[in-house]
Design a protein around this ligand. Structure first.
Ligand code: ADP
Ligand code: MG
Ligand code: ZN
Length: 478
C-alpha cells in the first residue's frame, strides 16, 4: 500500500510595531530582562488593554497580501491556560471571528507553481520567556504582549520540501510587506507543524499529529523527514495512529510524545470583555490597501520580462531588494539592462562586500555605471580596463570618463599605431609568426597577447586581430 502525507502549518509571526499589543511598552528584542514591562503586560489586576492599531493594520495588510478577505468585524477572545511566562493566565487571541481569512499563497516549487490555501490570519499576543539556571528559574516578560500574528494554512502541503518552500515564500512576502522582519535568530517566526498520512487515493484525513514550537524552517523540514516515514511505518506494521502533540528533538533527530488527545487543554474560550470587536472603517481599509506592495514572485517575473534578465539575476534582485532598487534606477535609463545587471551583480556587489559598505554610502553616482557601460560598448575602453576604471570610481567617486582621460586609458583604435605594435610583436617573435603560417591557429592568440602587452592593454583587440592576420598572411619579406 502506498501512503501520502498531508501537512498544514500554523505560523506565528511577531509584527513589526514600535509598541506592544495592549500597552505602550517597546516591542524590542534584546533589552535587559523585565525592562520593557508595565502593569498591563504584567497582567496586574485592574488594568485595561488598548488594541495597537498598527498591529491591526499589519494583520489586515497580511490578509491582502495573502489574497484573504478582511473581516468587517473582528473579535478578540480569551484563551485560558496557566503557564509561568503568561502572567494574565489567559492569552488574548481571535477565536471565531479572526481579522482575515480564506486566502492562498502561490510559490515556485519543484519547477512549477504550487498553491497553499490560507485558512486565516489572526492577531494575538506573545508570552514571556522562561530561563532555567543551575539552581532556579526566571521569567523575562519583555516579550509578553508583543503582537503576534498566526497564519493557519489548509492541509495542502504534501512533503517536507514543500513545507520548507512555503515557509520561505511566506517569510519573503511578510518581509516585503513590512509586516515583520522575520528574524529567525530573534525568534520572530515560530511554527506548529500538523502532519498525517493516509493511503494514496483516500479522501478522509489521517490522525493529526502536531509538532509544536519549531523555530527554524530547516528544523521543520528535518522533523517532517523523520515524522512522515515514522507514521507510515506504524501503519504498515498494522499499528494505529491517534491524534497527539509531539516535540521535535533536533539533537536526537526524533519526535516524541508530549501529550495525547485525552490530555488536550480545554481553553474555555470566551469573548474578551475588555475589548470591543474591531470594525474597520472604509477609510482605514483604504489606507491599508495603499500599503500593498509588489510581491517577490511578481517582482521576479517582472524583472525577467521587463529587463530580459535570466531567472538567477532576477532572484538576486528579489532577495536583495535594495540592490534591485538600485539596479532599476539605472536600468530604466539603459538600452542594455543585462549589462547593467552584470555590473551591479558581478562588480558592484563584490566591491560592497570587499569594502564592507552599503549602497547608501556609495561615493559615485548611479549614472557613472551607465557611463562605464557606454565606454565599453562604444569601444573606447576594453572590458579589462573597465574593471580597473570601476575600481577607481568606486574608491574615489571620480566619473569613469574622467579617469580614462586622465590616465590615458582609452583604447587605441588608430590603425597606424596598432600596426606599429603588430610589427614589433611579429619582429620579436618570428617563431610564432612561422607557426601561424604553418597552420597553427593558436599562435595568433599568442601574438595578440604580445600586442596587448606592448600597448599596455589599450589596443583595440578586434583591430589587433584583423591587422595581425592580414600581416601574417602576407609574405614574410614584404
Ligand atoms: P486546531 O484547531 O486543533 O489547531 P485545526 O483543525 O484548526 O486544529 O488545524 C490546525 C492545522 O492543522 C491547520 O493548519 C490544518 O490545515 C492542519 N490539519 C488539520 N487536520 C489535519 C490532518 N488530518 N493532517 C494534517 N494537517 C491537518
Ligand atoms: Mg493547533
Ligand atoms: Zn506593557
Amino acid at each position: 500500500m502506498e501512503y501520502e502525507a498531508v501537512i498544514g502549518l500554523e505560523t506565528h509571526v511577531q509584527l513589526k510595531t514600535k509598541s506592544k499589543m495592549w500597552c505602550g511598552c517597546a516591542n524590542a528584542f534584546g533589552a535587559p530582562p523585565n525592562t520593557n514591562v508595565c502593569p498591563v503586560c504584567l497582567g496586574l489586576p485592574g488594568v485595561l488593554p488598548v488594541a495597537n492599531d498598527e498591529a491591526l493594520r499589519l494583520t489586515a495588510l497580511t490578509g491582502l497580501l495573502l489574497n484573504c478577505t478582511v473581516a468587517h468585524s473582528a473579535k478578540f477572545d480569551r484563551k485560558n491556560y496557566f503557564y509561568p511566562d503568561m502572567p494574565k493566565n489567559y492569552q488574548i487571541t481571535q477565536y471565531d471571528r479572526p481579522s482575515t481569512m480564506n486566502g492562498s499563497v502561490g510559490f515556485e516549487f519543484a519547477g512549477r507553481m504550487a498553491h497553499v490555501r490560507i485558512t486565516r490570519a489572526h492577531l494575538e499576543e506573545d508570552v514571556g520567556k522562561n530561563f532555567h539556571f543551575e539552581r532556579n528559574s526566571g521569567v523575562d516578560f519583555n516579550r509578553a504582549g508583543v503582537p503576534l500574528m498566526e497564519i493557519v494554512s489548509e492541509p495542502d502541503i504534501t512533503d517536507a520540501d514543500m513545507a520548507y518552500d512555503y515557509l520561505n515564500a511566506l517569510k519573503s512576502i511578510l518581509i516585503y510587506g513590512g509586516v515583520s522582519d522575520c528574524d529567525m535568530e530573534k525568534g520572530m517566526v515560530r511554527c506548529d507543524v500538523n502532519v498525517s498520512v493516509r493511503p494514496k487515493g483516500q479522501k478522509e484525513l489521517g490522525a493529526k499529529i502536531e509538532i509544536k514550537n519549531m523555530n527554524s524552517f530547516s528544523g521543520v523540514r528535518r522533523a517532517l523527514e523523520y515524522e512522515i516515514p515514522r507514521q507510515i511505518e506504524v501503519l504498515t506494521k498494522g499499528g494505529r495512529l491517534s491524534q497527539e502533540t509531539r516535540r521535535w528533538d533536533d539533537v536526537g533527530c526524533i519526535t516524541e510524545t508530549m501529550r495525547t488527545k485525552e490530555q488536550a487543554h480545554d481553553y474555555r474560550y470566551f469573548p474578551e470583555p475588555d475589548l470591543m470587536p474591531f470594525v474597520p472603517s472604509a477609510q482605514w481599509l483604504e489606507e491599508v490597501r495603499g500599503r500593498v506592495v509588489e510581491l517577490p514572485l511578481a517582482k521576479k517575473q517582472r524583472f525577467m520580462t521587463a529587463y530580459q534578465l535570466p531567472a538567477s539575476d532576477a532572484e538576486t534582485f528579489v532577495n536583495d531588494a535594495t540592490l534591485g532598487q538600485y539596479f532599476e534606477k539605472i536600468a530604466a535609463q539603459s538600452k542594455n539592462p543585462k549589462s547593467v545587471a552584470n555590473w551591479v551583480i558581478n562588480n558592484l556587489r563584490a566591491k560592497l562586500t570587499e569594502a564592507q559598505t552599503t549602497l547608501s554610502d556609495l561615493k559615485f553616482k548611479p549614472a557613472d555605471i551607465l557611463e562605464l557601460i557606454d565606454l565599453v560598448e562604444s569601444g573606447r575602453i576594453s572590458t579589462r580596463i573597465a574593471q580597473e576604471v570601476f575600481s577607481e570610481t568606486f574608491a574615489t567617486g571620480e566619473p569613469p570618463g574622467q579617469i580614462v582621460q586622465k590616465k590615458g586609458l582609452a583604447q587605441v583604435s588608430d590603425s597606424a599605431v596598432v600596426e606599429k605594435f603588430c610589427d614589433d610583436a611579429i619582429a620579436a617573435n618570428p617563431r610564432s609568426a612561422e607557426d601561424f603560417r604553418a597552420g597553427k591557429a593558436a599562435a595568433l592568440n599568442f601574438l595578440k597577447g604580445q600586442v596587448m602587452k606592448l600597448s599596455k592593454g589599450k589596443a583595440n583587440p578586434n583591430l589587433v586581430g584583423e591587422i595581425l592576420e592580414r600581416k601574417l598572411k602576407q609574405s614574410p619579406n614584404t
